[in-house]
Ligand binder design. Structure first.
Ligand SMILES: Cc1ncc(COP(=O)(O)O)c(C=O)c1O
Length: 354
């Protein structure tokens, strides 16, 4: 067997970014720096589960908790093994293989192109404007392109900014196919469209427990849509894909909104401080509504990231990509973690000057 035996559309795929970490401080994955979700942890400590039974097929308990949180119905929701699985389900349900299966802004989340390849179709990329906002004409497809799935991450990763609400609404009105609003970081921006899914024929809002909810290890994600579309998605999704332990932990986490407020409050306080500090150190940080900041490095990006790694701090490197030339993307930490991170940056910069 060799790669020519693989399905043509996936032959070229490479493995996702996953560096060996050892004991390094991870400021490269935008998870919650306050640590594990306390309600989920308490749930796991008291866990008594019948390992011999299947979980609830469509995670009804979690979908009920989410319905309560947003004032919607259980049947508005689709739960999955991380929002990555949910995105995959959406493309499986609504993208026709061999066609333009998906349109995304550029730059945006790197895994979208992977899911387009899994869906056996082509990916259309619509360049963001100079200030990293949506080019509505370029995004909204007509004819063949209009039937594909359009994905809008807001806040966007890696740029960090939210897109203008009026642009998202115009795209929803003009695009004939499904529009996915990927809100992986929306808690930090204090805005969501989940509570508006019933107003639109084609809106699917994706969310995750991996970021503000501090549960990335348990792989829980979900999307919300109108009853018709959510029903179609549940018909397609892999049954039992969310295990019983993760579902129980996620239900507990939904019940502890204080932790989310605390996490978001910390980021709102530290984000402008970190941005100011980066500016002082010669970086050009972009405005962010998320728990990370994209910033142009004053020295070569690869040397900075490597120097940081040697000092035990990981930040994500986007410097070799178009539109984010020489940029890095650190997660916003607590005051203490930001000090550790910026001390390491200062040290690398000082070494460069020697
Ligand atoms: C924009 C965006 N969407 C989705 C995800 C995936 O989230 P999950 O862990 O729920 O699969 C990420 C993770 O980094 C992300 O940045």
């Amino acid at each position: 067997m060799d790669r020519s035996d693989m399905r043509e559309s996936v032959r070229g795929l490479q493995r996702y970014y996953n560096p060996p970490v050892g004991g390094a401080l991870r400021m490269d994955t935008n998870t919650n720096v306050l640590g594990s979700n306390p309600a989920a942890e308490a749930y796991l400590r008291g866990l008594r589960v019948d390992l011999n039974g299947y979980p609830n097929t469509y995670s009804d308990g979690l979908r009920d908790a989410l319905a309560g949180l947003y004032g919607l119905q259980r049947e508005n929701f689709v739960a999955g093994n991380g929002s990555d699985e949910v995105l995959n389900t959406i493309l499986t349900a609504f993208a026709e293989p061999g066609r333009t299966v998906c349109t995304i802004p550029c730059p945006s989340y790197s895994l979208y192109s992977y899911f387009a390849a899994l869906a056996s179709g082509s990916l259309r990329e619509a360049e963001l404007t100079e200030d990293f906002q949506l080019d509505v004409d370029a995004m909204a497809g007509k004819g063949e392109e209009g039937r594909g799935v359009l994905i809008v991450p807001s806040p966007n990763n890696p740029t960090g900014n939210c897109f203008r609400r009026r642009d998202v609404e115009e795209i929803l009105a003009r695009h004939e196919g499904i529009v996915v609003l990927d809100e992986a970081y929306s808690e930090y921006a204090g805005q969501t469209m989940v509570d508006r899914v019933d107003e639109f024929d084609n809106l699917v809002v994706c969310k995750t427990f991996s970021k503000a909810y501090a549960m990335a290890a348990l792989r829980v994600g979900y999307c919300a849509s109108n009853l018709k579309v959510a029903g179609m998605l549940n018909d397609v999704k892999v049954p039992y894909s969310l295990n019983a332990v993760s579902e129980g932990a996620a239900i507990a986490a939904v019940g502890d909104q204080d932790f989310i407020r605390r996490s978001v409050g910390m980021v709102s306080e530290q984000r402008p401080r970190l941005s100011r500090k980066l500016k002082e150190l010669g970086f050009e940080p972009y405005p962010s509504d998320a728990n990370f900041i994209l910033a142009r490095s004053p020295i070569d990006h690869a040397r900075l990231v490597e120097g940081m790694r040697e000092r035990g701090v990981l930040i994500r490197d986007f410097g070799a990509n178009r539109r984010t030339e020489n940029c890095v993307r650190p997660t916003v930490g607590t005051e203490e973690l930001n000090r550790v991170m910026t001390d390491a940056i200062e040290d690398v910069l000082a070494e460069e000057r020697r």
